[in-house]
Write a protein that binds this ligand. Sequence first.
Ligand code: FMN
Length: 167
Amino acid sequence: MKLSVIYDSRTGNTKKCAEWIAEGMMRVEGVEAKTFSTKDVDAEFVKDSAGVVIGSPSYYALMTADMRTWLLEGAPKLDLGGKLGGAFATVQFTHGGGDLVIQQILTNLITIGMLCYSGGGACGDPCIHLGPVGVNHNVEKAYLEDFQDNFLIFGERFAKKAKELFG
Ligand SMILES: Cc1cc2nc3c(=O)[nH]c(=O)nc-3n(C[C@H](O)[C@H](O)[C@H](O)COP(=O)(O)O)c2cc1C
């Protein structure tokens, strides 16, 4: 079963988190997960994927303009309706809008007919309610690597659910 993780990233944080999600997905037997920048999507692989997770940095507590444009213009060409969907974000500040960015992405995914899943509280600790958020700010003493496990676990949970539904 194929799964895709698609991200926008200018300085590499969101790309790294996408790679952790894919790594977590591939803990589940039979899963082949790949990551793609919105600028370099393998359309055939994504169309063949049972689930797609989308991630963006927070820019003024919104998804980036590039991600929004891609969701409006690129995503509709990829047959995403009916697939499992998920979202994640990276921020500089703990209160920098990570959950808001995830909500904005999920709203787009629901609008194009995806079935959205995060694991929520149903999977126990760590409770990843909307999707994982990676924080990276040395003044707050938060480093992206501190959040690696959440991304790995989210990827694994997402893949298990995709396999249960579509495997
Ligand atoms: C124009 C701009 C606006 C930003 N706005 C926010 C923000 O509102 N909240 C926040 O926590 N971080 C903000 N950031 C920081 C990025 O969200 C954060 O560094 C992110 O991890 C960058 O992801 P990337 O390395 O994948 O590009 C902003 C960065 C830029 C360049």
